[in-house]
Design a protein around this ligand. Structure first.
Ligand code: AMP
Ligand code: GLY
Length: 421
């Protein structure tokens, strides 16, 4: 099968690594990719957000499946354009991708479908917002209604900071004031063909920049999979997954289908396990980063077959994907001053030594080759992944590998998966 992956981050690198593990190997290319991806597959200098450019390329090059990594091409209508030309695509049309792009759309779908989520009030003015802040009380949760590149959400007990954030985002549209939900967070990915879903194994993401969940929210500083503590609460991972399929994923997918916007692609359920039960914090319309880097290395079922079945409406004929009993941990190496204003263009060394640590692979997040040197090009630079028979083993491998990597001013969290090791 000839596959084109769109995107340039560690998530896309992890998707490509999983595809290349298959026997027989599918033919894979990536647009635009990064230095790590370019070392493994051909990369194409193509704007992944341009529906016409992507579609023309796919038609001319006999691409049989396009896999969309990030949200931006979804919002730009790239999946719509490919479908119109009859090309199989893993990723929802623009209308269904609003499940991620518009928090008020997502809340409406959840309410119509009876999906458990926090109470929320949409505010168009500061007066409305302040009334909602006072109704829910501290800690305050304020969300920009729209794609905000991970910067739209603030959780704070400081009312003045809550008002500042609200005032800033009101200038860009509506805000959502939400009830604070307390508990462990879980990311569960489900493949959807618009009607049926198949689950992947759950993961946990570390969103804050610093150890012990201090510092600002980021795109994600590390992750691990599976979640051994689910067993105590649900009996087993499968029982947890069954509950999410019945109460969250299928009702959502059915509601979207009923409304004429079937969801084909990856339904990312961002969940929180409160004392009162599971609640959805958010949906995303694509694989999560860095969770993908710990979920896909454990996947035993060939990924291309799953993605193609989702893209072509035949997921209902397949059994659930299988996962290795091995565990996986990833730690993200971030640039100096990430997430505020990352300093980029610096040399990265030591990857060969890092890759000699058993069980370690490195998904490139923001790298480019400058002559013979590798340089950083963004805030999250590398996602160092380690698998092992235990979390203790996988963690120590990941940190041993990170110790080999040099990038001036860079930082990473030292407590990823510590709670399960
Ligand atoms: P989101 O962009 O919606 O995923 O939010 C980013 C992060 O903010 C989440 O991963 C949570 O850690 C936190 N968060 C969002 N909504 C809530 C909520 N209602 N209660 C508590 N924490 C939240
Ligand atoms: N890991 C969070 C996200 O992908 O949105």
């Amino acid at each position: 099968m000839k596959i084109l992956v769109l995107g340039s981050g560690a998530r896309e690198h992890a998707i490509i690594t999983a595809l290349l593990r298959e026997q027989p190997r599918p033919s894979v290319e990536c647009a635009p990719g990064n230095a790590g991806i370019a070392a493994e597959v051909p990369v194409v200098a193509l704007d992944p957000n341009d529906p016409v450019a992507v579609t023309d390329y796919a038609v001319l090059n006999n691409i049989e499946l396009v896999v969309i990594g990030p949200e931006a091409p979804l919002v730009a209508g790239v999946a719509d354009a490919l479908r119109t030309r009859g090309i199989a695509v893993f990723g929802p049309d623009r209308a269904a991708a609003a499940l991620e792009g518009s928090k008020t759309f997502a809340k409406r779908i959840m309410n119509e479908a009876g999906v458990p989520t926090g109470r929320a009030v949409r505010a168009g003015s500061l007066a409305e917002a302040e009334a909602a802040l006072d109704e829910f009380g501290a800690p305050y949760v304020i969300k920009a209604d729209g794609l905000a590149a991970g910067k739209g959400v603030l959780v704070t007990s400081d009312r003045a900071a809550a008002v500042d954030h609200t005032t800033f985002w009101l200038e860009h549209g509506n805000v959502l004031i939400e009830e604070f939900l307390d508990g462990q967070e879980i990311s569960l990915f489900l493949l959807s063909d618009g009607h049926s879903v198949l689950p992947l194994s759950p993961a946990q993401d570390y969103k804050r920049a610093l150890d012990h969940d201090a510092g600002p929210n980021t795109g994600g500083m590390g992750a691990y999979s599976p979640l051994p503590w689910l067993d105590a609460q649900f009996g087993s991972e499968n029982e947890f997954i069954d509950e999410i399929i019945e109460t969250v994923a299928l009702p959502t997918v059915r509601q979207l289908a009923t409304e004429g916007t079937p969801f084909v692609g990856l339904l990312y359920c961002g969940l929180i396990l409160t004392d009162a039960g599971i609640r959805v914090i958010e949906f995303n319309a694509r694989f999560g980063d860095p969770e993908t880097q710990v979920v896909l290395p454990r996947l035993l079922t060939p990924l291309s077959g799953l993605l193609f079945a989702a893209a072509t409406g035949t997921l209902g004929t397949l059994p659930r994907p299988e996962f290795s009993a091995d565990v996986a941990v990833t730690v993200v190496l971030a640039s100096e001053n990430y997430p505020q204003d990352p300093l980029v263009g610096r040399e990265i060394t030591g990857l060969d030594a890092a890759l000699r640590v058993p069980g370690v692979s490195i998904a490139h997040a923001a790298t480019a080759a400058r002559g013979d040197t590798l340089v950083s090009t963004g805030g999250r630079v590398l996602s160092v992944v380690a698998v092992g028979a235990s979390f203790h083993k996988a963690r120590s491998r990941a940190y041993e590998a990170l110790g080999q990597v040099s990038l001036e001013g860079s930082h990473y969290r030292t407590d990823i998966a510590a709670r399960v090791a």
